[in-house]
Design a protein. Structure first.
Length: 544
RNA sequence: GCGCCUGUAGCUCAAUGGAUAGAGCAUUGGCCUUCUAAGCCAACGGUUGAAGGUUCGAAUCCUUCCAGGCGUGCCA
């Protein structure tokens, strides 16, 4: 594994102490034996036994140089899997807001990284497009007239929904019409369905617009909402009823009882599959979705990105799907939860008036702030260039701020830190890329022609080379753990090493024997940054 | 009550059981006649919430406690 500190070399082996313990021998003696048996003369300059029995390995510049010129950026995964990635999944009764940001950004980064590693990724946007909320919303839109529906802007779905909910509480006639609308939808009455479809088309448009502005890879055909599983639920329940001891009736509801789940009274907590009134819940839809993902999508692996409050839901869902035989045991089911977004005050991130911050407002503000900063830093850019750069920087900054942190923790949203451009931020990485692009532009050099072997005489060059060769293992870690912050940390550390190299090593002014090799280092760094940031859903810039 | 998650430098965060717990911001000081200074170099900053335990080795695993958050039968 990579060494913890530079003075310990490039890589270290630390399994010897444990092995020695099991073999009841002295760890340093064992390390000496291992060292005798190793044949790494072509690869390593030195291998040393250190401390209680570490092996510290320092790679040969010639080996590093050879790897950099001969090996591809990334070896494609041979045992490619079909991976379903369920992310974003907003409820369309509300306009997309900051609460949808993490699932969307993290899920998209993992989906892109899986694809980069050679897996077949099937994106699934499991949107909330069905249920009581839409009865209210459609009944309300009915009341205020078709004009509201015609208003393609659909200014603020959330405000409409709040109004509809208030009317539902205060106006019993309206409440009745809402319930009737739900029933009409469930009965697939053409009139009601037409209204619903019309509304959904607008909502999908809004969603696509947000994705496009955020550069999220979800497409309309990836949308498979709750409504898509309506027809499958009935037959699924019939199937489950044929199995012994799976579905149990309790207080009129159909439930699955699993002894490992206890409620607050210490009794077994049921997973309700059908309510006493015959309605279905999110558990039910998710079961049907899992069945679809196994039977129709042939998933080897299913990943879910939702907030941490749903941990219990997914534990029950996965356990029930195994118990009921909906998903076979060789399919990997993984819930990847994340924490909340907090404001500076440590409370959930809201606007001053206490409302959810809408994503389109957030995007607008990010671009506006980036634009102002760029104007300050580089006044020589023309209007059009500045605008494009501002967008790329703004979106990159917002995404990277989220992706660079361990997703399990809550994270604090702070504009100034995000767009600070120092430290572990997207603009810092983008700046490094722009600097490299500047070298090739200034020298009028075709980057694709740079394949000379670098000499790696200086330690900064060697350090950069060692780091460049780690890209593969980091991508594999992200694929395994679905944690994009591993990739962020790597790209940041790589960039730090590039910046040191850039400061210490002139390139264009050097004689060809040095210059050409250094250009190869630049090329490889640029490719790694471009590909790595691309896997995170962030674009690079030729100039900034 | 029970279950899950979180607690690391003033702030925001890393550390995949490994060696002296690392970065950035903030603070202080250096470096542009030389490929973009949105950069580089350095200093300062720690009882990893607390106490036990396991281990050659613990921020990481186990136990108890403290603090905060979330979940816990017909919302998602």
């Amino acid at each position: 594994m990579p060494a913890g500190r530079p003075e310990f070399g490039d890589y270290q082996a630390n399994g010897i102490m444990g092995a020695a313990k099991r073999m009841r021998t002295n760890p340093r003696e064992l390390a000496a034996k291992v060292l005798d048996d190793l044949e790494l003369d072509d690869i390593a300059d030195s291998i040393e036994i250190a401390g209680p029995g570490f092996l510290n390995i320092r790679l040969k510049p010639s080996f590093l140089s050879e790897q950099l010129t001969d090996s591809p950026l990334l070896e494609i995964e041979e045992s490619a899997k079909r991976v379903v990635v369920d992310y974003s999944s907003p409820n369309l009764a509300k306009e997309m807001h900051v609460g949808h940001l993490r699932s969307t950004v993290i899920g998209d980064a993992v989906a892109r990284t899986l694809e980069l590693a050679g897996h077949v990724v099937i994106r699934q946007n499991h949107i909330g497009d069905w249920g009581t909320a839409f009865g209210r919303l459609l009944a309300f839109l009915d009341d205020i007239g078709d004009k509201a529906l015609q208003d393609a802007e659909l200014r603020n779905i959330e405000a409409l929904y709040v109004e509809a909910s208030q009317k539902f509480e205060s106006d019993s006639a309206f409440a009745d019409r809402s319930r009737a609308m739900v029933l009409a939808l469930q009965a697939h009455e053409p009139n009601a369905i037409a209204k619903w479809e019309h509304f959904m088309a607008l909502a999908q448009e809004h969603m696509s617009d947000v994705y496009s502005r955020l550069d999220i890879s979800l497409q309309p055909q990836d949308t498979r909402g709750e409504s898509a599983y309506n027809a499958a639920i009935g037959p699924m329940i019939e199937d489950l009823q044929k199995k012994d001891n799976v579905l149990v009736e309790s207080d009129g509801a159909l439930c699955i009882f699993m002894p490992q789940f206890k409620n607050k009274d210490g009794e077994i907590q049921p997973m309700i599959v059908r309510k006493s009134d015959g309605g279905y819940l999110y558990h039910t839809t998710d079961l049907a979705a899992l069945r679809y993902r196994q039977q129709t999508l042939f998933a080897d692996r299913v990943l879910y990105f939702t907030d941490a409050r749903q941990i219990l839901h997914f534990e029950m869902l996965f356990a029930a799907s195994r118990l009921a035989g909906i998903v076979s045991s060789d399919v990997m089911l993984e819930h990847h939860p994340f924490g909340k977004i907090l404001g500076d005050d440590g409370k959930p991130f809201k606007s001053r008036s206490g409302e959810n911050i809408l994503l389109r407002d957030l995007i607008d503000e990010a671009i506006e702030r980036a634009n102002a900063l760029i104007h300050q830093k580089n006044p020589y850019l023309d209007e059009e260039q500045r605008h494009t750069i501002a967008q790329t920087i703004a979106i990159g900054a917002v995404k990277y701020a989220d992706l660079s942190k361990n997703r399990l923790h809550d994270y604090t949203f702070n504009w100034d830190e995000m767009l600070a451009f120092d430290g572990n931020t997207a603009p810092y990485l983008q700046y490094a890329y722009a600097r490299i692009a500047g070298i090739f532009e200034k020298g009028n050099i075709d980057i694709t022609q740079c394949t000379a072997s670098p000499r790696l005489d200086l330690e900064v060059e060697r350090q950069l080379a060692v780091y460049l060769l780690r890209f593969q293992e980091v991508v594999e870690q992200v694929v395994t753990d679905a944690k994009p912050h591993y990739l962020c940390s790597f790209l940041y550390e790589l960039t730090v090493r590039f910046m040191r190299f850039y400061e210490q090593c002139p390139i264009l002014s050097e004689e060809p024997s040095i210059k050409d090799g250094r250009l190869t280092l630049c090329r490889r760094t640029a490719e790694t940054l471009n590909t790595g940031l691309g896997a995170l859903g962030i674009k690079v810039l030729e100039r900034m």
